[in-house]
Design a protein around this ligand. Structure first.
Ligand code: NAP
Length: 464
């Protein structure tokens, strides 16, 4: 019987488990996650107001509830956890689906000033990620970590980047309490955003509108936010050679440009909040005002004729008390696995991990750690399938090895007590109860202690 460990329960991990059990392999799959909660970025990355995308959790749930799949939460793999080599001893194959856990840096002066955050930090906060340091005191946390630190005292915000994460964080900043309250966002973040005085949000891209990375659906949504005006500068847009006639652009870019052209022709509207989209400005410095962020200095760029830009030596300072750097995610090395530092991925051939250029038997990757942080959730499905095809082709050579009867029993003898499915279901119940206590729907538990206490109640009630 083929026994596989999948490390990571986000979309790529769940799609990997799904492909494994759907294939006629009879495989038994343990899906391990560092967190006590499953679903990875679907739970901790998809914006709370995107209920439809969040409902994908229901599909992923079916996978984790499959009779040959086990969810083992709260199990760290790598440094300070189960060593990669140990996992190989317990399973015939291990598939790493650990995503891209950190954010890319700009590498400009002032980037780390109080008030300048990565979008990932902001997303983690409003998504109730238990590692978010913004609402709880954590030893070694940033000095400006405190309830509502993101928006407290801010009137204007600059979001650097033109991807879907930038659109998410700009939209969340523009949402009012009435729209946020029905979501599952944690109560402290809801209270802080409801009290936010941020009225001007600028999303700034270093290239032109035809190179923006967001998808048109997400862009369009900005235009339908209540009490919010979206502004663009027609002159700035026109610096893009494709702006006047976008017909030759690939469909996705053409549609983006068409939406922006539509906004450029709209008359001004009365609204409490504004989202301004700015182009051809590259960040060169985050400027301080009284020890914290006061503005961002940008250099005006112009197209170089090959899809890139060159600097013009002209600068513009954009005022902001909050800066969110949304310039992409980055994979982090996992101890015991090879790592391609340039791309932030694990070197692989169709999902088979390569060590020193040679295939490492029984070790695989899928998702962002395999191909880099691109694509939407659904992109992970074919990606996982490719990896599983490789694994199943190798399986006859892998299953010959004798394994301990049950890896979970071995992990327990080594002092690891995973949060099993019943524990996760207890967390779900606790989140429903918490929400009811606020007169809201489900509200996420935002810290390790409350998650583990809730999960532990399942054990106390006699569940495994
Ligand atoms: P992204 O799509 O890679 O966008 C990153 C943005 O940062 C680009 O505009 C890029 O500009 C800019 N950038 C990079 N380095 C920069 C620098 N040094 N200075 C200024 N700007 C810089 O990344 P993302 O927004 O984090 O999204 C990651 C993935 O998740 C994407 O595939 C996205 O579609 C997906 N996602 C999807 C959804 C959804 O479907 N609703 C929501 C969130 C995320 P250049 O193009 O010039 O490099």
């Amino acid at each position: 019987m083929l026994r596989v460990a999948v490390v990571g329960s986000g979309p790529s991990g769940c799609y990997t488990a799904q492909s494994l059990v759907q294939a006629d392999s009879g495989a038994h799959v343990d899906v391990l996650d560092r967190l006590p909660c499953p679903y990875g970025l679907v739970r901790y990355g998809v914006a709370p107001d995107h209920e439809k995308i969040k409902s994908l959790q229901n599909n992923l749930r079916t996978v984790l509830e499959h009779e040959r799949v086990r969810f083992l939460g709260g199990v760290r793999v790598g440094a300070d956890g189960v060593a990669a080599a140990r996992l190989r001893e317990l399973y015939h194959a291990v598939v790493y689906c650990v995503g891209a856990a950190t954010d890319r840096h700009l590498g400009i002066p002032g980037e780390d000033l109080p008030g300048s955050w990565s979008a990932t930090e902001f997303v983690s906060w409003y998504s109730a990620h238990p590692d978010s340091a913004a609402d709880t005191f954590v030893a070694g946390a940033r000095p400006d970590s405190a309830a509502g630190a993101f928006v407290a005292g801010a009137r204007s915000a600059v979001v650097i980047g033109m991807g879907n994460v930038a659109v998410d964080v700009a939209r969340m900043l523009a949402r009012g309490a009435a729209e946020l309250s029905p979501t599952d966002m944690p109560q402290a973040a809801l209270t802080a955003l409801a009290a936010s005085r941020v009225t001007d949000i600028r999303m700034v891209g270093r290239r032109g509108p035809s190179q923006a990375r967001f998808t048109t659906k997400e862009l369009r949504e900005l235009g339908s936010l209540p009490d919010t005006e979206v502004t663009v500068d027609p002159e700035e847009l026109a610096a893009d050679p494709a702006y006047a006639d976008p017909s030759a652009l690939p469909a996705a870019q053409r549609r983006n440009v068409e939406v922006l052209r539509g906004w450029a022709s709209l008359p001004p509207k009365e609204a409490s909040r504004r989202i301004g989209l700015r182009f051809f400005l590259r960040p060169v410095e985050v400027l301080a005002d009284g020890g914290r962020v006061g503005a961002v200095r940008f250099e005006r760029t112009e197209p170089d004729g090959h899809g890139g830009v060159t600097g013009t030596g002209r600068y513009e300072d954009v005022e902001a008390q909050l800066v969110l750097r949304s310039v992409g995610y980055r994979g982090v090395p996992l101890e015991g696995l090879p790592f391609d530092a340039e791309h932030g991925t694990v070197p692989n051939l169709a999902g088979r991990v390569l060590r020193g250029g040679a295939v490492a038997p029984g070790e695989y990757v899928a998702g962002w750690i395999k191909r880099g942080p691109t694509g939407v959730i659904g992109t992970n499905r074919p990606c996982a399938k490719e990896t599983v095809t490789s694994l199943l082709a190798d399986a006859p050579a892998l299953v010959g090895r004798d394994l301990p009867e049950d890896p979970l029993a071995v992990l327990r003898t080594e002092g690891i007590e995973p949060v099993e499915w019943a524990g996760w279901q207890a967390i779900e119940r606790a989140e429903a109860e918490l929400g009811a206590s606020f007169g809201r729907g489900v509200v996420k538990l935002p810290d390790w202690e409350s998650l583990l206490t809730a999960a532990g109640s399942a054990v106390r009630q006699g569940h495994p």
